[in-house]
Design a protein around this ligand. Structure first.
Ligand SMILES: Cc1ncc(COP(=O)(O)O)c(C=O)c1O
Length: 381
């Protein structure tokens, strides 16, 4: 029996209709059906991001392609402030260190978020052109209070970039109302389609800041990609490099399903699922890495209290639940990451808690019942 629950941080479980939408044996990148699909997907992205008047982009690649393409808005010696809660926040530093720009990294301890005042202090000390912040830090499960930060720093920096790779379509994210300039995500996370597409939206101001003489490399150059996107938006085809045609058909379908569910209900569902998992882990006295008040609704990092991570995950896999390894360097190998984004429901959450409880007991850690705690929580929602 091979059916299992994929409670991972992406790729995640994919709806059959979304998968099947991508199964096309004869659609070229300039075919009428692809032009329509791309146009619909670009509109769907604006819906998910709550960014009606923004310029959407769907490009081949993954989340990191979107991250690196913000170099299209930068010139030599620009200063960037990086607000990081872990591995993916730190990735901005890895990216910018390859270009002729200056950056400062504010990095929180795993499980914590950089206090907003620290960001404000830094912005009053030094003039920065760009701030980057990660909404859900997938390596720690921390949800950054982006709305509140953006409100405080909006007038103090030219460009605010939000990495919503592990949050878009699952967490509250009002890109336009909050005043974010660039917001990016990937197809394989909460949008629940196959990997292969980098998705982003840019405010009119960010679009004005796309420079032909930017520091960007060839592939990530948004001054070239924007014309391709505008073509598709007006019902024409376009080419810069080959688009992930089949992933786009799936994206179009996924956005349709998301619209049918509505973002409001989708956020509620993710809140319920993460609440059940959190209650289950608390019930078993297992420590969650994210500090109280900062736990995301898409990823939960559970400390293993000395148990071997690979043995634990392999045992869970044998019980048909696949989860992710713990990767933040300070605690690498000492925790697991439970992904609960996309098509997850309450039953998946309870099954996951059940398998974790069984595995903990099998490995000699006798814990109070997590399933009971999870069920109790569920019954009172
Ligand atoms: C928050 C966050 N940012 C960026 C990335 C990088 O995305 P990708 O692996 O699709 O390049 C990830 C991947 O897990 C992520 O979780």
């Amino acid at each position: 029996m091979s059916r299992k629950l994929l409670m991972h941080v992406g790729p995640v479980m994919i709806d059959d209709d979304v998968l099947l939408a991508g199964v096309k044996d004869n659609s070229g990148f300039a075919s009428p059906e692809f032009v329509t699909s791309m146009k619909n997907a670009l509109n769907g992205l604006k819906y998910v991001m709550n960014a009606e008047y923004y310029q959407p982009f769907i490009m081949p690649g993954s989340g990191t392609m979107g991250m690196e393409s913000v170099t299209s808005l930068l010139k030599k010696d620009d200063k960037i402030l990086i607000v990081s809660s872990g591995v993916f926040g730190d990735r901005w530093k890895e990216i910018f260190s390859r270009y002729d720009v200056k950056y400062k990294l504010l990095r929180a301890e795993p499980g914590k978020a950089i206090p907003e005042d620290q960001v404000l202090d830094e912005l009053s000390r030094e003039k920065y052109r760009m701030v980057t912040v990660t909404q859900v830090e997938t390596s720690t499960g921390v949800l950054y209070p982006v709305k509140s930060l953006v409100k405080k720093i909006r007038d103090r920096v030219d460009l605010i970039v939000v990495d919503a790779v592990a949050s878009a379509s699952a967490e509250e994210l009002m890109v336009q109302d909050w005043g974010i300039d660039v917001c990016l995500t990937g197809s394989q996370k909460a949008i629940a389609t196959p990997p292969g597409a980098a998705l982003m939206v840019l405010s009119p101001k960010a679009v004005e800041n796309i420079r032909e003489d930017s520091i960007s490399g060839y592939y990530t150059d948004l001054s070239k990609w924007i014309n391709v996107m505008k073509n598709f938006q007006s019902g024409k085809s376009g080419y810069y490099t080959t688009l992930p045609v089949h992933t786009v058909f799936s994206l179009e379908k996924s956005f349709e399903l998301i619209k049918n569910e509505t973002m409001e209900n989708r956020i509620k569902r993710h809140t319920l699922v993460s609440g059940i998992i959190g209650a289950g882990l608390n019930g078993m006295d297992m420590k969650i890495m994210a500090e109280k008040g900062f736990a995301s609704h898409t990823v939960t990092a559970m400390m293993l209290d000395g148990l071997d991570m690979n043995t634990f995950l392999n045992k869970c896999l044998k019980s048909n639940v696949e989860m992710g390894t713990g990767i933040v360097p300070e605690y690498a190998g000492k925790y697991i990451r439970i992904g609960h984004m996309g098509n997850v429901n309450a039953n998946d959450a309870i099954s996951t808690v059940s398998v974790i409880e069984k595995t903990l007991n099998e490995m000699g850690k006798k814990v109070p019942s997590g399933v009971e705690a999870a069920q109790e929580y569920f019954m009172h929602q």
